[in-house]
Design a protein around this ligand. Structure first.
Ligand code: 5GP
Length: 178
C-alpha cells in the first residue's frame, strides 16, 4: 500500500500569515494591560504557536502541554492523556490554549476541564482550524482561524503518521491511489 500524499492546498502560506496576524492583533487587544500565558498543545500546534506569538504585540508568556490519544492514530478517541505537562502553574493566570484543530471537540473539552481544575483567572481557546461539521460535544472556541469542511488535513503542524508537519501550508490528504 502506498503512503497517502498531501493533495490540494486548503490554506496557503499567505492566507495563514494574514489570518494569524489578525488573531494576534485581536488577542493583544483583548488582553491589553495583562500578561496572558499562551499554552501550545503539542505536537500539532507548534508552528501555529510560533507564528501566533510573534503576531501578538504585547507581553505574554508561553508554555506547552503534550497530549496523546489513548487509541493512537489520527482520529480522536476522546480518551486523552497528558504526556508532557505544563512547566508552570496557571493558577490566577489568563490562559489562552493554542490548539491546531477542533474536530469532534473531545480533546479540547478534556483539556478545558483539566485546566479549569487548576483555577486560572480566565481560560480561552484559540484553534487554527475548526471542523465544525464533526463536532460531538459542545465546546466553546473563542478564537478560530479557519473553518473547513470534513477533510483530513496535513501540513503546517498537521501530520499523517508523523509525516508532513513541516509543510508551510495546510493541504488535504490525498488518499486516492495513483
Ligand atoms: P478532536 O478531539 O477534536 O476530535 O480532535 C482533535 C485532534 O485530532 C487534533 O488535535 C488532531 O491531533 C486530530 N485531528 C483531527 N482532525 C485532523 C486532521 O484533519 N488532520 C490531522 N493531521 N489531525 C487531525
Amino acid at each position: 500500500m502506498t503512503t497517502p500524499r498531501p493533495g490540494r492546498v486548503l490554506i496557503s502560506e499567505p492566507e495563514l500569515r494574514t489570518r494569524i496576524g489578525e488573531l494576534g492583533q485581536q488577542i493583544a487587544r483583548d488582553y491589553a494591560g495583562e500578561t496572558p500565558v499562551l499554552v501550545g498543545v503539542l505536537q500539532g500546534a507548534f508552528l501555529f504557536m510560533a507564528d501566533l506569538v510573534r503576531a501578538i504585540p504585547g507581553d505574554i508568556t508561553t508554555d506547552f502541554i503534550g497530549l496523546a490519544s489513548y487509541a493512537g492514530g489520527n482520529r480522536s478517541s476522546g480518551q486523552v492523556r497528558i504526556v508532557s505537562d505544563l512547566a508552570m502553574p496557571v493558577e490566577n493566570r489568563h490562559v489562552v490554549v493554542v490548539e491546531d484543530i477542533v474536530d469532534t471537540g473531545l480533546t479540547i473539552s478534556y483539556l478545558r476541564r483539566n485546566l479549569e481544575a487548576r483555577h486560572p483567572r480566565t481560560l480561552r481557546v484559540c484553534a487554527l482550524v475548526d471542523k465544525i461539521e464533526r463536532r460531538q460535544v459542545d465546546v466553546r472556541i473563542d478564537y478560530v482561524g479557519f473553518t473547513i469542511p470534513n477533510v483530513f488535513v496535513v501540513g503546517y503542524g498537521f501530520d499523517f503518521g508523523g509525516l508532513y508537519r513541516n509543510l508551510p501550508y495546510v493541504a488535504a490528504l490525498d488518499e486516492t491511489p495513483p
